[in-house]
Design a protein around this ligand. Structure first.
Ligand code: NDP
Length: 255
């Protein structure tokens, strides 16, 4: 079967938070599908290491270390891309953080930090990317949501609010930019094995609860997001807009 519909050759993809975790797996998958990658994270050393590893594997990759909550750094990065002739064809808004505590104990600063990292960043980076995609009449935006885009669990209120926001920000991007040839969709990963879930993975009570609920009876592996990511970044999804695809081992269907 021809895979031309899913070919990302000639495309440049910026994946935020791709120095490790799910973003890294998505970036590797897109690189294998032919895309040139721009690797991002807050820690410049981690970004540099990831870029070196991508290049050693024969992929085209460059680094852009910036904090996704730093608007000035985001604007400066896109201006640098303009000067260097780098056109971002695919944006994956993936960078995110988690903070766990009872809702009444969250300070307003902690709330803001989670909302700014997980939601406002997708707006600001999406806006800067779309400003440049609109005149080109082409672009793919993939926002990373969560089961928290649909459901709540105790102790993660700001995260759930942000991820619910991602669902509707994705819809807003889709309806505003569809006529400019842009498709904006989201992926909602289930429980995946990454650093973010270290506390949950090592908690036997949580593990027992998860295994009793999840139809697949196992955690997800980061590279299991790659298929959905390539689909949403490629020509294969040109008439798919404003959707969120859950890659969750059937968890949402069973709740
Ligand atoms: P990790 O903690 O494993 O990795 C987070 C990545 O984001 C790192 O590359 C980190 O960079 C980067 N990052 C964090 N904060 C910032 C920031 N302010 N600016 C730039 N980069 C930043 O997380 P996951 O891979 O698990 O999660 C990735 C995304 O997937 C998040 O949006 C998360 O909410 C979502 N998700 C994860 C699930 C899971 O089960 N793991 C489930 C559902 C959704 P650095 O290395 O420099 O710290």
């Amino acid at each position: 079967m021809s895979t031309a519909l899913f070919d990302l050759s000639g495309r440049t993809a910026l994946v935020t938070g791709s120095s490790r975790g799910l973003g890294r797996a998505i970036a590797e998958g897109m690189a294998k599908a032919g895309a040139r990658l721009i690797i991002n994270g807050v820690d410049p050393a981690r970004v540099e290491t990831a870029v070196a590893e991508f290049r050693a594997a024969g992929h085209k990759a460059d680094g852009a270390a910036f904090d996704v909550t730093d608007e000035a750094a985001i604007v400066a990065t896109f201006e640098r891309f303009d000067r260097e002739g780098i056109a971002v064809d695919i944006l994956v808004n993936n960078a995110g953080i988690q903070r766990r505590k009872p809702l009444v104990e969250f300070t307003t600063d902690e709330w803001r930090k989670v909302i700014e990292t997980n939601l406002t960043s997708a707006f600001v980076i999406g806006r800067e990317a779309a400003k440049r995609m609109i005149p080109r009449k082409r672009g793919k935006i993939v926002n990373i949501g969560s089961l928290g885009s649909e459901l709540a669990r105790p102790t993660i209120a700001p995260y759930t609010a942000a991820k619910g926001g991602i669902r509707n920000l994705t819809r807003s991007m889709a309806v505003e930019w569809a006529q400019s040839g842009i498709q904006a969709n989201a992926i909602g990963p289930g429980y995946m094995l990454t650093d973010m879930n270290e506390a949950l993975m090592s908690n036997p009570d949580f593990n027992n609860w998860l295994m009793s609920r999840i139809p697949s009876k196992r955690w997800g592996k980061p590279d299991e997001l790659v298929g959905a990511a390539i689909f949403l970044a490629s020509e294969a999804s040109n008439y798919v807009n404003g959707q969120i695809i859950y890659v969750d081992g059937g968890m949402l269907a069973a709740m």
